[in-house]
Write a protein that binds this ligand. Structure first.
Ligand code: AGP
Length: 614
């Protein structure tokens, strides 16, 4: 969603801010801005639209001489349109104070009314501007910048990560967070703040995640961190080891394509670390549930949103299959709307690539309040959601830049395979021979993924034939219903083509009315799996209504070519493991359709990489 970068030091901040914002672009935004400060004054430059517009504004401005600090922001509109006036930084005190903000201030209307009564004039429709004026107000009351920021924060309800600079203290940059991520960075040439690590790659040498309600004072050559009660904290910065390659397209046309192609390696590395051989026990060192607590677990809940929710559906299937424990999957936003039945006998699994999804964080907080053991599956082990984790399962998929999740989904699936095997081992719910056969097959998956990636001609041909369809149906039975849902979501997100996903048995209960020659139906069928024959019948029914048919299958049966317009084959794999392979052609299908339509594949309209509002 929105992104923050800030710098104070002995280099000109402009390039540092623009580089940082460029590396945050993937999060999705509709306007951008920077504020620069030297020892005499501040200046703010903002623009609607992409960073190129901001760069143009900067090139046409007469800039401050020798700025020593700056803050920058990309905004994804929540309160007020995505225009230059609503873009951050927002200012107070006649431009002598500037702030950038991620998050949402829930009581901004009350605060705004109070400030207007005192004569403050608002320029924008944003919730953020109240923070600028509040800090300005406390500065005028005689507080210093640190105190004024604290006093303002004490009035705010909601979530915020803030960067603040003021002419009152030109050698200071203040950072503070509450329920929104903020990172500090250090280098020889100065100190940084950022909402996410990519903004600091190639700039800072070491980083530190600020905790909730901590406040940092940055100067050109020092960073002091203060706890919520304003006592000084002694913190250790960790070296920033992520290389620029991790946020480079490395010759691929889009990040999404690069990330799809990384999946063989990512799954291989994850498996190698957690399951070095079929004879080994699954090694998940950050799962901290005691044997007695595990034995007492009566239900498992999995909470997630979007693509992570589809991984959760596969996880439910696996856990129930391998442990027999009843497992429920809930969209985080829905878990928040209902009575929670979580208890100390519940294992609650939160799944979030980013670890910053507001709905998932709130739902996990609620489950924790009901004493569930919280296990978090995330690609970002130092993200906000991990504050609630009793146990952790890191995905280790590397930074995912494309808004559409691909490699993180596959890593989530692998994590669920590992977790269900781990639970089965510890609960002795499956016999050793069956476990070992499953592990053996799992270890083949990385090579099978690579085989699919190397043979994408049929997928490209299919994309070419159907890229002008306005609607698609995806369907399957059993464990691959989740794959159908994820395939449909991918297509919708990046191509803007409508796609519905159904358990194939549901087709005849309604969606069949939609079928005609303009509506392609994509089916995932695994021979030997539950309902293969019935799925074929469902396709016959669709063909009788003239729908073009596409199969994703491991079947070698040549007869399928008579029924289906396109047969996209994946290597032979048991039904239980097939979501790891069948999803790959669906990612590529969505990608090639979207690309052929000229869509902005990596940054689809209206979407953000992490959705930090409920
Ligand atoms: C995935 O392609 C989507 N952009 C989106 O559905 C995403 O999966 C969802 O917002 C959840 O994000 P998270 O995994 O970071 O919590």
């Amino acid at each position: 969603m929105c992104g923050i970068i800030g710098y104070i030091g002995n280099t000109s901040p402009i390039d540092i801010l623009l580089n940082g914002l460029k590396h945050l672009e993937y999060r999705g935004y509709d306007s951008a801005g920077i504020a620069l400060g030297n020892l005499n004054r501040l200046m703010v430059i903002k623009a609607a639209g992409k960073l190129a517009n901001l760069q143009q504004e900067i090139s046409q401005s007469s800039l401050l001489s020798s700025p020593n600090r700056g803050i920058g922001h990309i905004r994804w509109a929540t309160h007020g349109k995505g225009n230059a006036v609503n873009a951050h930084p927002h200012t107070s005190l006649n431009g002598n104070l500037a702030i950038v903000h991620n998050g949402i201030i829930e009581n901004y209307k009350d605060l705004k009314a109070e400030l207007i009564n005192q004569g403050y004039v608002f320029q924008s429709e944003t919730d953020t501007e109240v923070i600028a004026h509040l800090i300005g107000f406390y500065l005028q009351q005689g507080s210093n910048l640190h105190q004024a920021t604290r006093q303002a924060c004490s009035r705010l309800h909601g979530a915020y990560a803030l960067g603040v600079i003021s002419q009152a203290e030109p050698h200071k940059l203040i950072a503070v967070r509450h329920h929104a991520p903020l990172i500090l960075g250090q280098s020889r040439s100065g100190n940084y703040i950022a909402s996410d690590i990519p903004a600091l790659i190639g700039q800072a040498d070491s980083t530190l995640s600020l905790e909730d309600d901590e406040l940092a004072e940055l100067s050109e050559n020092n960073i002091s961190v203060f706890a919520a009660d304003d006592t000084i904290c002694h913190k250790t910065f960790k070296p920033l080891t992520m290389s620029a390659d991790s946020i480079d397209k490395l010759g691929y046309r889009h990040y999404m394509l690069k990330e799809i192609h990384e999946q063989g390696n990512i799954t291989r590395q994850l498996l190698h670390k957690r399951l070095p051989s079929a004879e080994a026990e699954v090694n998940l060192p950050d799962i901290n549930i005691s044997s007695s607590r595990l034995q007492a677990i009566r239900q498992i809940e999995i909470i997630a949103c979007g693509t992570s929710l589809h991984a959760a559906e596969v996880g439910k299937y696996l856990i129930e299959e391998l442990t027999g424990i009843s497992t429920q999957v809930m969209a985080a936003s829905e878990y928040l709307c209902r009575r929670s039945l979580s208890s100390e006998h519940t294992l609650c699994i939160g799944v979030s690539q980013s670890g910053e999804t507001a709905d998932t964080i709130s739902a996990i907080r609620k489950a924790k309040e009901h004493n569930a053991h919280i296990l978090i599956l995330t690609n970002r082990p130092d993200s906000s959601i991990t504050r609630y984790a009793d146990s952790l399962l890191p995905l280790e998929a590397g930074i995912e830049v494309s808004v559409a999740a691909t490699k993180s989904y596959t890593a989530q699936l692998v994590a669920f395979y590992l977790l269900s095997l781990y639970l089965a081992e510890h609960l002795h719910s499956v016999d050793a021979a069956q476990l070992s056969a499953l592990k053996q097959e799992l270890l083949q998956i990385p090579t099978q993924i690579e085989t699919i990636l190397q043979n994408d001609q049929e997928i490209k041909a299919c994309a070419q034939q159907f890229n002008h369809s306005r609607n698609f149906i995806y369907m399957s039975r059993g464990i691959n219903v989740a794959t159908a849902q994820e395939g449909a979501l991918k297509l919708k997100e990046i191509s803007y083509i409508n796609a519905g996903a159904y358990p194939a048995g549901e087709l005849k209960h309604g969606p069949i009315a939609l079928l005609d020659e303009t509506l392609p139906v994509v089916s995932i069928l695994i021979p030997g799996g539950s309902g293969y024959a019935k799925l074929l019948s469902n396709n016959e029914e669709a063909k009788a209504r003239k729908a073009p048919l596409i199969a994703i299958t491991s079947s070698q049966d040549k007869e399928l070519n008579k029924l289906f317009n396109h047969v996209i084959t994946v290597p032979q794999v048991s039904e239980l493991l097939s979501p790891l392979t069948t999803n790959i052609p669906l990612q590529l299908l969505a990608y090639y359709i979207a690309d052929s339509l000229g869509r902005d594949v990596d940054q689809p309209r209206n979407l953000a990489k992490s959705v930090t509002v409920e």
